[in-house]
Design a binder for this molecule. Structure first.
Ligand SMILES: [Zn+2]
Length: 346
């Protein structure tokens, strides 16, 4: 085969773990004689204990909610809300199972799909949730995404789990969510991470002010000077760490310990007016930058930025292996890739 016609992510040219779907191009991966990767082997004992652990976390969340519900001055929880299926489902859980007063916050990165905005409106209306959208100016977002499209400004460990573009965007989502929770005295901060995206160990976690401070400093320092200055106001101001030290919220991502089945989630969401988008890539239901972010990551690092998440879900049995392979090893939607490339003038 002519090597110039090969895609970096073509599964016919790649060895994959026979249990999860991690490829041979994933940094430091090792396969044993049965073709099973080191990550699958390391996870075996934790997976055996997973059902008991999930039940334990569901009880922990019940207790936590019982201890905070109705006590805060405004909302019980803030939800980082993208309009995608996972955050929509998490929002539904917070409203219908726990009846919390929730403020949904969307970070509009200028690539939120029109369908996602329709879904945000439909879901927040159906669930009776207040919603705010945070829109940074386009020139600033454009320069941030152009920088992260060209350079991997984050650590190698970070890039195993997400593309540089996605990592930058999510960092602002996390920061703005925490900042708003602190400013409005909201005790819970909810995220819709899928069970493959974030481990159960961090699924209910009181934020640690000094750790946040360190992370924010590291992030600011990894940004070039030009955007650093303009973006500073999106981070938690230094005085908050002392002044509002009792207001740092508890982060929760409940999908790590509730039953997770994509098809069932979609059906339940359709019941409250959410519609599955058709114009985004296979791994994102809401962001029109994602296909391009995946493409540049693949070209540079030779593995898909979602492969860690999807491999985790396959290993945990929440997604069939064939479906995981299709999600990760299908070519990126070229129209979407070109749409973002043009918009960013790259
Ligand atoms: Zn594996």
């Amino acid at each position: 085969m002519n090597p110039t016609t090969q895609r970096p992510n073509d599964p016919t040219n790649l060895r994959l773990c026979v249990r999860c779907i991690l490829p041979e191009t994933f940094p430091n991966i090792k396969f044993d004689t049965e073709g099973i990767c080191n990550h699958c082997r390391q996870e075996e004992s934790a997976l055996a204990k997973a059902p008991a652990k999930k039940a334990d976390y569901r009880r922990k969340l019940d207790d936590l909610i019982a201890s905070v519900k109705g006590k805060a001055p405004s909302y019980d929880a803030i939800m980082a809300y993208s309009g995608g299926k996972d955050s929509s489902y998490t929002l539904k859980l917070l409203r219908e199972r726990y009846d919390l007063r929730v403020l949904a916050l969307t970070f509009d990165n200028h690539f939120v799909s029109p369908t996602a905005f329709d879904n945000i409106r439909a879901v927040t209306d159906a669930l009776g949730v207040d919603h705010i959208s945070f829109n940074p100016p386009w020139p600033l977002m454009k320069s941030l995404f152009r920088i992260t499209a060209r350079d991997d400004i984050f650590s190698a460990a970070t890039l195993l789990r997400a593309s540089s573009i996605c990592t930058a965007c999510i960092a602002f989502v996390k920061s703005l969510t925490a900042k708003t929770a602190i400013e409005m005295s909201i005790p819970l901060s909810a995220f819709g991470w899928s069970p493959g995206q974030a481990p159960i160990q961090s699924a209910i976690m009181k934020t640690n002010a000094s750790l946040i401070r360190q992370n924010q400093k590291a992030l600011i320092n990894s940004l070039p000077d030009t955007v650093q200055v303009q973006m500073k106001s999106y981070f938690i101001p230094d005085i908050y760490y002392d002044l509002y030290k009792d207001r740092f919220p508890t982060n929760v991502h409940p999908l790590a310990f509730f039953d997770y089945d994509e098809e069932r989630i979609k059906i339940e969401l359709e019941g409250i007016g959410w519609k599955a988008p058709t114009n985004t890539d296979t791994n994102s239901t809401n962001c029109l930058l994602n296909a391009y972010a995946n493409q540049v990551h693949l070209e540079r690092l030779k593995f898909h930025p979602y492969v860690w998440e999807i491999a985790n879900m396959v290993r945990q049995g929440v997604m069939p292996r064939a479906e995981g392979i299709e999600k990760i090893y299908s070519p990126q939607n070229s129209e979407q890739v070109e749409y973002a490339r043009k918009k960013l003038e790259l």
